[in-house]
Design a protein around this ligand. Structure first.
Ligand code: SF4
Length: 295
């Protein structure tokens, strides 16, 4: 800013900060995954992950809350409880810190710490800044909001917001099991959820991703495939199978590869689009469900 008077530049240098979050460290798994630990001005630590897919495409996985109140049984963040909502600038800064490490990042998923639809207003302001050409210039279709299944939030996303993509952590299409794994499923039942997904699809005309974390002996059987096929009837969706990533202290196991393959094959044989997420970032606790900053 050399066109500003020297005394004003000095004043800005003394008093203004470009970032409110401090980049504490970056942890790398050696396979393209990087976890950034960022400290907010009040001391909370949030985590942001840079992911790389099979094609080399780089995506920033952003957090929307410090901690999370949803308490999903298979997720490390869920054990922390909610500290607070992240402010809009704290969400945007995660992307800026990530892009400082890697300028090629061209996609964002809100799958980090927190349930984004609970922090709706701040999230949407951040999405607009991330999209704005004078901001970060990302197309809305490059931004995915992932929820554990809050029907009202999905409907709001459909009606009030730009065309971002939607991902849902379905986990199982068995109502009883879903309730035991995701407390929010008690009020957001599968029929209610389906209604909101159809409303989203009608409004946005875009494919929805259903995240299915595979838990050994719980949701990886033939009966689960049948229930899943029933649930997705009429939806344009991609099912993303994620073999569970271990979290110390949580009572789950990852199914054997052969079991996972069987599950994927059973869905594909019915003509369903399925991807199997590569296991990345486990060594640095940055894989799906493993985020949980030390405060
Ligand atoms: S899966 Fe998402 S919504 Fe559920 S506890 Fe973890 S961070 Fe929260």
């Amino acid at each position: 800013m050399s066109d500003l008077p020297l005394d004003l530049r000095k004043l800005l240098e003394d008093r203004a900060r470009q970032y409110t979050t401090e980049h504490l460290e970056s942890l790398k798994d050696g396979k393209g995954t990087v976890k950034l630990r960022l400290k907010c001005s009040d001391g909370f630590v949030v985590e942001t992950v840079i992911l790389e897919d099979k094609t080399g495409r780089r995506t920033a996985c952003l957090s929307s809350q410090a901690g999370c109140a949803m308490g999903c049984a298979f997720c490390k963040t869920g054990t922390l409880g909610l500290s607070r909502q992240l402010e809009t600038h704290e969400i945007v800064e995660q992307f800026l810190h990530a892009r400082k490490q890697d300028e090629t990042i061209g996609n964002i998923v809100f799958m980090g710490m927190g349930e984004p639809l609970v922090n709706f207003e701040n999230l949407m302001k951040a999405v607009r800044i991330l999209h704005e050409p004078s901001g970060c210039g990302l197309g809305y279709k490059r931004i995915t909001v992932s929820t554990c299944g809050l029907s009202e939030g999905i409907e709001r996303l459909a009606l009030e917001t730009p065309s971002v993509r939607l991902a849902l952590s379905l986990i199982t299409a068995d109502q009883g099991k879903r309730e035991s794994l995701i407390p929010a499923a008690r009020t957001n039942t599968l029929p209610r959820l389906k209604k909101s997904l159809l409303a989203f699809q009608k409004e946005k005309e875009s494919r929805i991703t259903l995240e299915y974390v595979l838990l050994k002996g719980i949701n990886d059987g033939r009966d689960e495939v049948r229930k899943l096929l029933e649930f997705i009837r009429g939806l344009d969706c991609l099912i993303n199978i994620i073999p569970w990533n271990p979290v110390k202290g949580l009572p789950f196991e990852r199914p054997e590869s052969v079991r996972t393959e069987e599950f994927v094959r059973a869905l594909r044989s019915e003509g369903i689009s399925v991807t199997r997420r590569m296991t990345r970032g486990v060594s640095i606790n940055s894989a799906c469900g493993q985020l949980g900053g030390i405060q």
